[in-house]
Design a binder for this molecule. Sequence first.
Ligand SMILES: Cc1cc2nc3c(=O)[nH]c(=O)nc-3n(C[C@H](O)[C@H](O)[C@H](O)COP(=O)(O)OP(=O)(O)OC[C@H]3O[C@@H](n4cnc5c(N)ncnc54)[C@H](O)[C@@H]3O)c2cc1C
Length: 379
Amino acid sequence: MKVQPTERQHAFAARARQFAAEHVAPRAAAIDEQGAFPRDLIAQAGTLGLMGVTLPEAWGGAGEDDVAYVLALEAVAHASATVAVILSVNNSLVAETLLRHGTDAQRDQWLRRLARGEAIGAFALSEEQAGSDAANQQTTATADGVGYRLRGSKVWVANAEAADVAIVFAATRPDLRARGISAFLLPMDAPGLVRRNRTDSLGVRGLGCMDLRLDDVFVDASQLIGQPGQGFGIAMEALDGGRVAIAAQALGVGEAALQEALGYAKRRVAFGQPIAQYQAIQFMLADMATGLEAARMLTWQAATTRARGLRGTLEASMAKLAASEAAHAAADRAMQILASEGYRRGSTVERLFRDVRATEIYQGTSEVQRMIIADAVLG
Ligand SMILES: Cc1cc2nc3c(=O)[nH]c(=O)nc-3n(C[C@H](O)[C@H](O)[C@H](O)COP(=O)(O)OP(=O)(O)OC[C@H]3O[C@@H](n4cnc5c(N)ncnc54)[C@H](O)[C@@H]3O)c2cc1C
């Protein structure tokens, strides 16, 4: 498969890179330090098409394809992992899901605003007892007249602090587990929906992650996404796209770590010469570059598969697994090369080291990706 991006894809990524360099990078340390959701940057990203990259222009999107999307996300993540995740949740998990499964009325109400960054979307699947085992939903949706009553709690909802709308998953038939889960479109100001416990985290600290409590929240049946019982499948399909985006995010962080390490290795003198002269350091740099480039090829391949209209579940899991582990290794090696300078609180490498870790956890842990890949290879 040919995975070389086209000029158009590169041109879109170049605009994202310019935005990231001029507007995101100067703010990255403060976003991390203060754990502040960068609302204004997200609005600005929206005007550049970065909140709805693969959405058709008719729906307010940039009308680009998945390859342009991963190139752009890598560029943004190079500047700030946090900003890249915020964009990926809105793009892959919320907007794409509404485009594929929403009704005309749902799309009409939200899609253009989401794509332009005038509204922010969140995706509420995880619960205390439903992380990797996402089918173990304890949140219930009980039929009530013309709609449903939602009761339960969600955890780790990225973007929640600033979101205007969320896709919320709940069991309409708890006895059926995965086949009894439904997806609902909920405005964040719905009566009974309470945001609470802003999550403090090791990295990607400006995500606005919060828990949600659903106290008898009434949802009209018109706000179901897909049919009752289709929610789990809709979530897994969304995560296929999301995982390619997280792969791109990981690559951006890993590449930033490599750049930091290269610069430092050339500047830092030990035993009378730059440490870049030592083979021990050169080999670390070589491994970092090779791991990231291999993962980039898998990521582009996964994006190309999606751009061809295929779902690409296996490709997405392979890309996420490879990219998150390569980026983690790169951040770790960068820390070793910068040594005490990297370990210093507030150094760029210290932030990258913390930010990258989540890419092996969210949207399916590395173990979950290996389970999906193993299923496929075992046939
Ligand atoms: C920064 C951040 C943002 C997030 N944003 C969102 C969001 O926007 N929306 C949302 O819904 N969720 C979100 N999450 C939640 C995330 O998706 C879950 O944390 C993730 O799916 C893992 O679930 P868990 O933490 O409950 O771990 P668990 O599922 O409890 O797993 C614990 C450990 O056991 C392993 N494990 C579990 N089952 C198996 C098995 N069968 N075989 C082998 N190993 C296994 C896991 O890989 C892991 O190592 C976010 C999480 C983080 C950290």
